[in-house]
Design a protein around this ligand. Structure first.
Ligand SMILES: Cc1cc2nc3c(=O)[nH]c(=O)nc-3n(C[C@H](O)[C@H](O)[C@H](O)COP(=O)(O)O)c2cc1C
Length: 173
């Protein structure tokens, strides 16, 4: 398997912790962890296997300045990335109890940009594993990536990450 680029943001919270957990599961030597706040299209181009991780802050859209700024900037970088021959996967932090109608929405926003470019996205997850009402991260009946709730289901994170990474290892080139 080629090296995996894990692009994540924000730093210093749950998203970073889960990004590191995912890295550990792949084996540190098989991944590079890159915060989105200083990542460019050229950084993404270096990888064939790419994971994006974000949290959802703000009910309908990203309201919190730091998250919004980091990811908005990075998403405009992504517009310049050639997706052909690359495989993408996404994970998203959220809170299914406080925000059941907007659960991990940001993961859906990131995915939408990729899908518009016909990017190959792997690692979708069944909605049956989660309790929530609505999410724009549900695309064609499945979560487009891995939802993680460190606020109210932290005890499930380890097994969720483990199972997801096993699946990704079979999908990444
Ligand atoms: C102001 C605020 C708004 C939030 N809005 C949402 C939301 O709309 N949907 C959701 O699933 N989680 C929401 N959350 C929960 C966060 O996504 C969750 O706590 C996440 O683990 C934060 O990750 P971070 O520490 O990396 O930013 C919100 C949290 C805060 C503080």
């Amino acid at each position: 398997m080629n090296k995996v680029g894990i692009f994540y943001g924000p730093v210093g919270g749950s998203t970073e912790r889960v990004a590191k957990r995912i890295a550990k599961e792949f084996g540190e030597e098989n991944v590079e962890l890159i915060p989105v706040h200083d990542a460019t299209a050229a950084d993404v181009e270096r990888f064939q296997n790419i994971i994006f991780g974000c949290s959802t802050i703000g009910k309908a859209t990203w309201q919190a300045d730091a998250v919004k700024k980091d990811w908005n900037q990075f998403r405009s970088e992504l517009a310049n990335v050639k997706v052909e021959g690359k495989t993408f996967a996404l994970f998203g932090l959220g809170d299914h109890l406080t925000y059941p109608f907007h659960f991990v929405n940001a993961m859906g926003e990131v995915a939408t940009g990729l899908l518009e470019k016909n990017a190959k996205i792997v690692g979708r997850c069944s909605v049956k594993e989660y309790e929530f009402k609505e999410s724009i991260a549900v695309i064609d009946g499945e979560f487009i990536g891995l939802p993680i709730d460190e606020d109210f289901e932290a005890e499930k994170t380890e097994s969720r990450v483990k199972n997801w990474v096993v699946r990704l290892k079979n999908k990444f080139a």
